[in-house]
Design a protein around this ligand. Sequence first.
Ligand code: AHG
Ligand code: MN
Ligand code: MN
Length: 337
Amino acid sequence: MPQSEITTLEQFIVDQQALHAQADGSLSRVFRAIELAAKIVNRDVRKAGLIDILGQDGSVNTHGEDQQKLDVLANNIFISALSRTGEVSMIISEENEGVVYVEGCDHEKYIVAIDPLDGSSNIDVNVSIGSIFSIYKRQNAEQSPNLQECLQTGNEQVAAGYVFYGSSTMLVYTTGQGVNGFTLDDALQEFCLSHPNIQTPSNGKIFSVNEGNYNDFSEGVKSYIDYCKSNEAGPYKARYIGSMIADFHLNLLKGGVFVDPGTTGSPSGKLRLMYECNPMAFLAEQAGGKATYGEGSIMELQPKELHQRCPLFIGSANMVDLAMHYISEEDTAIINR
Ligand code: AHG
Ligand code: MN
Ligand code: MN
């Protein structure tokens, strides 16, 4: 493709904005900040191992997990870029216990949720990681920003996406009009449209689950996993990288299902509704896939607190439907406990 025919993310955003008469450019400014933060984090991820940014920084995040240095760095980079847009009043992050109120921006339009570094246990071993974002509109920008305003359902998302630091770096996002993927051209330092209008296959042969937890899954989940390993179409391929973005991205493009169910020890699973499940659910549905917590749509769940966890079954529509078929009443009892 001649260089002149490349569509950069910047150009794409401008074109999208032009399609909406009511657009005032504010969302585009938030996107530009995310793009810049993604490039900076990408630079640091690519240097990991060369400079002293690997390993744990000694602090523990709000979930009691060790924070890796790169987690802290990525969190700071995203918060700083978003704070400077002049469009964001509140940022909620997996790495911050409370809401980050942006100074001097009490009456701006947006709230952004971030998982600045997803798959952080994989940093030290050179395995793919990512960043996740989700954008909400404030319900009433006249009032003082407050925690309650952040607790919106996934259906209220204005946009969501992820940056995937894999063998190449990609930014994949939706504003509710399909899903588009951009690959970072290292030399140009531009995200270029490489995967327009992503549609996920309705069926697939990949299942992604941490099977080490099998004994702690409900009977319904166990029987679905048994089905994945032995069915009329032959066993599905098991793929579990331990970075949800990487597993999700693979399944999005090839067709598959990602499962992070409740366990006896952790009935709500491991993933966080606002930083991980909702943005991925928005992307999955926009690509023609599905996302449920076992009983209903992820995006209909009313968050009760910022760091709420939630079981997740996400991916190709028919595979998610079949997984639900296996979820017994016993499972829903576990999910609701
Ligand atoms: P994070 O690094 O943001 O804490 O998220 C890690 C998550 C998710 O990416 C992945 O699917 C899951 O943790 C893996 O957990 P297990 O290794 O316990 O299966
Ligand atoms: Mn994560
Ligand atoms: Mn994280």
